[in-house]
Design a protein around this ligand. Sequence first.
Ligand code: AMP
Length: 208
Amino acid sequence: MKLILLGAAGSGKGTLAKKITADFGIPQLSMGDMLRDIASSGSELGKKIGEYQNKGILVPSDVVFEVLKVRLSQADCKNGFILDGFPRSLEQAELLSGVTDIDAVISVELAFDELERRLVSRRTCPKCGDIDNANYEGFTGNCRKCQTPLFQRDDDKPEAIRTRLEVYKKNITPLINFYSGKVFKVSSAGTPDETYRPVKNFLGSLEA
Ligand code: AMP
């Protein structure tokens, strides 16, 4: 199954992707994580990527697409994948259509004020990448999986958050139109399990 997950920062699409991976055995290709890995390498390209990311603006599509193509050519993508964070613009969707077909697009939807609220209190584990939220019950400031102290990503600070949400708003309608007929919309206003349930049913029906 070749899937795309659309959703603004903070919508919970990464969490949803992990659940799909666990049940359907296809890898999550997180574009944001791949780019952060390059940024943290300290190379010249990495430094440039880091500058875009910290401001919350899109890294140029040609750079991102080269990174994605390398990842898509790896063996674990042979039976499908979940694209998490790509495409983020019509230009990227058009580039992607030149190298692969897509079975379905899941659009994770949440009101913008709630997205903002979730993002400012979001905390990330520097070691295992797990995400938590300072407003959630049982939050201690340490990762629930590996106990490492959590940190706030630079682009989870108010100014970058506003920019990221504006970028998303501008691009989402053209993307939904581009994939019309393949889009399954789901609200992430409830718990992660509540969000996942209809998606699991939908993907089960695709597989059948
Ligand atoms: P994310 O972790 O998905 O929220 O992405 C964090 C940042 O990585 C974004 O704000 C962009 O700067 C960059 N990024 C992630 N995916 C893409 C993409 N498909 N195109 C361009 N930039 C991206």
